[in-house]
Write a protein that binds this ligand. Structure first.
Ligand SMILES: NC(=O)c1ccc[n+]([C@@H]2O[C@H](COP(=O)([O-])OP(=O)(O)OC[C@H]3O[C@@H](n4cnc5c(N)ncnc54)[C@H](OP(=O)(O)O)[C@@H]3O)[C@@H](O)[C@H]2O)c1
Length: 325
């Protein structure tokens, strides 16, 4: 019986993949802007865009990291005409973001794709986060994306083309122990993405919400320093993904105009389960979601139960942390 359910599930996944196959847009000679392009997932996307023949502008705060990334990305250009630029800017300042984006539009080329990747996670129980932690989480992860998008959206609409990527997270679809403030920001991006999709429908501008799983990046390494044991135990099951794999999937989904970009079977289950009032791209996709939602709720319940057990186990055995260390 279990094999039959598994077989039917695999058939549905294959069907979804075909149902979702939209034409892939080209980046050749196009201008791609990536906030947070000096490190991790953002830098991996910048390299792929350079390999696809795009002009690439990366935005971040630290000038040294920007310089290093600039030199690395340059190695991947495929024509001498390609322009790679680095812009030191803090995305949590609207005025600075607007000025810098308008300047690179005028000096390099009209921007075709905006990838909002600047962000970071600070883990911990809510009562242990400082006011500064909470404010900077909101400023960078949520406001940073709103500001960069707001700065360009009018131009995209006028030109009747454009692609916007927002980097949320798996915890942008489900809450998880230790991610309270971060998760709130990443949930916010979903509301932003889905509202914008409605606003942009007539203008040929697409929005993709990326939901990366745990990905091996400097940011993730940093995040691990403050991660409670409960969070570590819950994340262990999902494994760690390479930034190149995640970047490739994000770029592929964005260029095909998909709303969600996810990696791996568990993220597929979660995304389908949380589909709610999200727009659908075809009737086949809608039917598949309609059929799968019930059975997936049971699989989801199994995960939730496991997470609850982890929380209770750690609560009842406070020494477990020391043993683990
Ligand atoms: N890695 C994961 O497991 C994972 C999972 C889910 C979602 N994500 C999300 O994916 C995105 C990228 O994460 P990552 O792991 O690749 O992180 P990362 O390696 O730390 O890279 C983050 C990038 O954002 C830039 N940045 C941070 N704050 C900024 C600010 N205020 N203004 C402008 N740039 C800023 C950083 O440069 P500067 O510090 O120099 O500014 C850096 O270029 C984030 O939004 C993160 O929340 C990551």
């Amino acid at each position: 019986m279990i094999y039959l359910i598994f077989f039917v599930l695999i058939c549905f996944i294959i069907l979804i993949m075909f149902a979702n196959k939209k034409q892939r847009k080209s980046l050749w000679n196009r201008h791609v802007v990536i906030t947070g392009g000096s490190s991790g997932i953002g830098k991996a996307i910048a390299i792929l865009a350079a390999q696809d023949g795009a002009h690439v502008s990366i935005l971040a705060r630290n000038v040294e990291k920007l310089d290093d990334a600039f030199r690395e990305i340059k190695k991947y250009i495929v024509t001498e005409d390609q322009i790679i630029t680095r812009v030191p800017v803090d995305v949590s300042c609207l005025e600075a973001v607007e000025n810098n984006l308008l300047e690179i539009e005028e000096t390099i080329a009209p921007i075709f794709m905006l990838v909002n990747c600047a962000g970071f996670a600070a883990c911990g129980r809510l009562e242990d986060l400082t006011e500064r932690d909470i404010k900077s989480l909101v400023d960078v992860n949520l406001l940073g994306t709103i500001y960069s998008t707001k700065a360009l959206i009018g131009r995209f609409k006028k030109r009747r083309e454009g692609i916007i990527v927002m980097t949320s997270s798996v915890v942008g679809l489900m809450g998880m122990f230790g991610y309270s403030a971060y998760s709130a920001c990443k949930f916010g991006l979903r509301g932003l993405a889905e509202s914008l999709i409605m606003e942009l429908k007539p203008y040929n501008v697409s929005v993709t919400l990326a939901l990366p799983p745990d990905t091996d990046t400097p940011g993730f390494e940093n995040e691990n320093k403050s991660k409670p044991l409960e969070t570590k135990l819950m994340s262990e099951a999902g494994g760690l993904h390479k930034s190149e794999t995640v970047a490739k999937q994000i770029l592929e989904d964005a260029l095909r105009g998909h709303l969600f970009s996810y990696v791996g079977f568990e993220s597929f289950i979660l995304t389908t389960l949380c589909i709610g009032m999200s727009p659908f791209s075809s009737i086949i996709e809608l039917i598949i979601q309609f059929i799968l939602l019930g059975p997936l709720r049971l699989i989801g319940a199994f995960y939730i139960k496991q997470f609850e057990n982890i929380v209770l186990k750690c609560f009842k055995n406070p020494n477990i942390q020391e043993k683990k260390d």
